[in-house]
Design a protein around this ligand. Structure first.
Ligand code: HXC
Length: 258
């Protein structure tokens, strides 16, 4: 598939997926979401890719779903097409690690898209928000659910009910992002983190991602059992033998994803 609204580069085992509608602050329209879904699926099946970095530009990660696209839609339209439901599922179905590198605005669907990634690294210029209330609607792809799990009820209610923006400092304090870096260093930091991840064994990486995500689905005792059984299962891998012998031999492990 040839992309027009995103740019994908695969280098050094990292797929860099860049949202590319600069004139519209990377607003998410049907074409962009369909291309993004395709790119995520391809990254999952491409053996060269070990980690994915999703980013926008300096001004905007994405300023939300495209309001011009949505403005004429009826209830029946958005319900029957399940606006962006299938595309978001492709993003969250990716089993390889996905980092969001956010600079500038991550609003509405943009904030929600960043939260679909495994963690967010942002620049000191980042602004997060769920301003859908100002449009007479509400968040539709995770802003009342993932945001609440990430930052708790008080702040999630505040963000969704007032539509105010949260700066990078507040986002880090609240636990929405894992790191803040100066804007100029954002891509270096995100690619560096992706590079570190890409050195690990893919079986461990996928198991970790699955286990952390299960923590949102399961009560604690079941989650802990799930984690323990996953941990046990990794002893069936060659990577466990390699990782532990490399430590004992004081050398760098050579993981083979087996
Ligand atoms: C369509 C958008 C857009 C959007 C910005 N643009 N956001 N177009 N949809 N979400 C366009 C503007 O229309 C403008 O185009 C250009 O990008 C530059 O934006 P400006 O507003 O001129 O820039 P600025 O004054 O710097 O303000 C930036 C901004 C503001 C704060 C990000 O654009 C803004 O508030 N955007 C809307 C944010 C929002 O409400 N997001 C939630 C959407 S609903 P022109 O052609 O005029 O130059 C949503 C629901 C998700 O996300 C659920 C889906 C299932």
């Amino acid at each position: 598939m040839a992309y027009e609204t995103i740019i994908v580069e695969v280098e050094d085992h990292i797929a860099l997926v860049k949202l590319n509608r600069p004139d519209a602050m990377n607003a998410l329209n049907a074409q962009l979401m369909s291309e993004l879904a395709d790119a995520m699926k391809s990254a999952q099946t491409n053996d060269k890719v070990r980690c994915i970095v999703l980013t926008g530009n300096e001004k905007a990660f994405a300023a939300g779903a495209d309001i011009k696209m949505m403005s004429e839609k009826s209830y029946t339209d958005v319900f029957t097409e399940d606006l962006f439901g299938a595309e978001c599922a492709e993003v969250t179905n990716v089993r390889k690690p996905v980092i969001a590198a956010v600079s500038g605005y991550a609003l509405g669907g943009g904030c929600e898209l960043a939260m679909m990634c495994d963690f967010i690294i942002c620049s000191d210029t980042a602004k997060f928000g769920q301003p859908e209330v100002n449009l007479g609607v509400m968040a539709g792809i995770g802003g009342t659910q993932r945001l609440t799990r990430a930052i708790g009820k008080a702040k999630a209610m505040d963000m969704n009910l007032t539509g105010r923006f949260m700066d990078a400092e507040e986002a880090e304090r609240a636990g929405l992002v894992s790191r803040i870096v100066p804007a100029k260093k954002l891509m270096e930091e995100a690619m560096g983190a992706a590079g570190k991840i890409a050195e690990k064994g893919m079986v461990s990486l996928m198991a970790i991602k699955e286990a952390v995500n299960q923590s949102f689905e399961m009560p604690l005792d079941q989650g802990l059992l799930f984690e323990r059984r996953m941990f046990h299962s990794l002893f069936a891998t060659e990577d466990q033998k390699e990782g532990m012998s490399a430590f004992i031999d004081k050398r760098t492990p050579q993981f083979r994803d087996k």
